[in-house]
Each structure stands twice: as C-alpha cells, then as structure tokens.
Design a protein around this ligand. Structure first.
Ligand code: GLN
Length: 253
C-alpha cells in the first residue's frame, strides 16, 4: 500500500484520438481504476501528435490499435517526437502495453498488404508484414509469465499483419485459440524488458485483471512498491472464464 501521502500512478496514452479501436480505451480505465482502488493517485496523460509533455512521469504507456490509415498518421510523430523520451522512460523502468497497430510500430517496421512501409522505433525486436487475409476472432493464450494467476489470457484479434520475433524478444505466450502473431508459429505477442506487445483487443485488461496488475506492479517496483493489495476480481475472472469455455466449445465442434 502507498505511504500516507497518496503516491501517484501515471498512465501515458499514446495517440488516444487515432490509435484506439475495438474498445482499447478499456485498458486505460482498468489500469487507472486498479491503481485508484489501492489508494494511489491515478493520473492520465494524453500524448497526441506533437506533444511529449510529462512523459518522464509515466509509469505505464499504452499504445492502442489502429487501421493502416491511422498508423500512417502517427508513425512520423512517433519517430520524430516520442521515440527519445519513450526510450528514456523505459530505460528508467516504465512499462509499455502495445496492442496490434501500436505493437507493430514499436518494432522495426510494419509493411501493409499494399507494400507501404511504416518504419517503427525498434524498441522491440519484431517485424511485421501484412498479408491479404485478416485474422479475426477470439484469442486464448497460455502465457509465458510465471507469476500470472490464472496462466491464461483472453482477447479478440483483428489484424492483417504477420509479426515475427527476433532473438531479443520472446513470445507473450502460446496460442490455444486464434492466429496470434502470424498464424503460423503458434505464438502470440511479445515480451522484451518492460515492454509487452500483443494482438489482443477486447479490450484486453478488463478480462485479464492479473495482467493489469502485472503491468502496474512491474512499473512501480522502481518506486519502492513491491506488492499490490488484493482486489475482488470475481466479476472480471467470470468474464475471463466465459471466454475460455466459449473457446473450448468452439474447439470441440
Ligand atoms: N493495421 C494493422 C493490421 O491490420 C493493425 C490493426 C489493428 O490495430 N487492429 O494488422
């Protein structure tokens, strides 16, 4: 629990006006609420194009999804304005949750199905090339994060990008249901240092409260907070379980 004076927990939302599809905003609400319910002063900094205000204060950055059009509108700003302070913040222990389009732009590049190439900032060792077919549907992942309980993550994917990991990155987990990173290697997402990339929209965190706490806890270690008080996650985990059951039913047909 934070000391008597309310300790801050700050979320930095990258491109909220453009990179925010399939309910991704729910991730912001989940991170802020779960910190607030534990007595932190939860703060949100919106980081649209052209601004880098207070990025040094951010504990967890969120970079949501976007269609090719929105990615084309943000990638130049990401490289010109956001990259240096974002890299500095991550070096100082800040975390990043990047979903789909945001995930792709944190890698080396994203190439659309039409061959248009958007350079990324190479914060994570991944590259993405889009195919003609879109991957759309429920996703269930057996996560590669030992401390997670439950071990599963559930979400929804809608992407044409095929993402392949280089040696510096490791998969977030194995796909039990869905296409994951590329529909061929059976893996989903990426973990590299304090950066977590994934194709799971949904939005992701409301149905995966254990992952939300993993992100909050990881970012607050540098502020001397090594444990979070437990919350009643019965509703969230019931939603999580419902998707697991739906996935099992889909696979048994
Ligand atoms: N435009 C990218 C793709 O189709 C990302 C889509 C998304 O963010 N859902 O792969």
């Amino acid at each position: 629990m934070p000391r008597s004076k309310k300790q801050a927990f700050t979320v930095g939302w990258l491109y909220p006006d453009l990179m925010n599809i399939y309910g991704d905003r729910g991730n912001i609400l989940t991170l802020l609420k779960r910190a607030e319910w534990r007595g932190f002063e939860a703060k949100l900094i919106e980081l649209g194009r052209g601004t880098t205000q207070q990025m040094e204060e951010v504990d967890v950055f969120f970079f949501g999804g976007g269609q090719d059009r929105e990615q084309a509108l943000v990638y130049a700003d990401l490289l010109e304005f956001k990259q240096p302070p974002l890299e500095q913040a991550v070096r100082n222990g800040a975390g990043v949750l990047a979903v789909c389009g945001g995930y792709q732009l944190l890698g080396h590049y994203y190439q659309t199905a039409d061959g248009e190439l958007f350079p990324g900032i190479a914060m994570i060792d991944v590259k993405t090339e889009a195919g003609k077919r879109r991957f759309i549907g429920d996703v269930v992942v057996d996560a590669n994060i030992d401390t997670l309980n439950p071990k599963t993550l559930v979400g929804f994917e809608n992407h044409s990008g095929r993402t392949f990991l280089g040696p510096k990155a490791r998969p977030l987990g194995k796909t039990r249901l869905g296409s994951g990173n590329n529909g061929s290697d059976g893996m989903e997402g990426c973990l590299q240092g304090t950066v977590l990339g994934t194709y799971m929209h949904g939005s992701l965190l409301p149905k995966n409260p254990h992952l939300a706490d993993y992100l909050i806890r990881s970012a607050l270690i540098r502020r001397g907070v090594d444990e979070l008080s437990p919350l009643d996650d019965s509703v969230e985990l019931a939603a999580h379980e419902r998707i697991l059951q739906r996935a099992q039913h889909a696979q048994s047909r």
